[in-house]
Design a protein around this ligand. Structure first.
Ligand SMILES: [Zn+2]
Length: 178
């Protein structure tokens, strides 16, 4: 086969895949609510966020000095809080969200999570966004399946805004499951 003929075959295959990719293209839309301040939230959501703020103040974060607080509301209404726990052997610490979710589910294995509020506090002592890391999203997704109810995710965002999302799919599409 000449060099020219080989080049033609490769080009043909690419063209075929290109057509297929267009036919199969899909998109995901994420819907969320945005509030301009904590005062605009419902009493229930505000209370949960305030509990997350209170938990953040007790964070053990001497290394990053970035405090994170999480408050988990269980389906039965109980609230369990957590904050980031750091360690001088860095990977030994844990995020606020997982501290809160693991404690909540360890103490209440037969229920599920209804909502979680997450907030950060920077070195300057200002409230700020602390969007959950991938590992915490994965854990949240599994507890959502366990509880058979979409989790409401309340995130403190930049400029003191509050973002509310419904369901872990909206922050972790295509999550791992077996
Ligand atoms: Zn995390």
């Amino acid at each position: 086969m000449s060099k020219l003929a080989l080049h033609k075959i490769v080009a043909k295959i690419r063209y075929f895949n290109y057509i297929n990719a267009i036919d199969m293209r899909k998109s995901i839309e994420i819907e969320y609510e945005e509030y301009s301040s904590i005062n605009e939230l419902s009493n229930e959501n505000r209370e949960l966020l305030l509990q997350a703020m209170s938990a953040a103040n007790d964070s053990y974060s001497p290394y990053s000095q970035f405090k994170v607080g999480a408050a988990v509301k269980l389906i039965d209404g109980k609230i369990v809080t957590g904050n980031n726990q750091e360690n001088m052997a860095y990977p030994s610490g844990l995020c606020a969200e997982r501290v809160a979710m693991f404690a909540a589910m360890a103490q209440n294995p037969n229920t599920g999570i209804n909502a979680i509020a997450i907030v950060g506090k920077n070195k300057e002592g200002q409230w700020c966004a602390a969007s959950p890391c991938g590992a915490c999203r994965q854990v949240m997704g599994e507890y959502e399946k366990h509880g058979k109810k979409k989790i409401t995710i309340i995130l403190y965002a930049d400029n003191d805004k509050i973002i509310i999302l419904k369901g872990v799919d909206s922050i972790l599409p295509f999550q791992f499951s077996m």
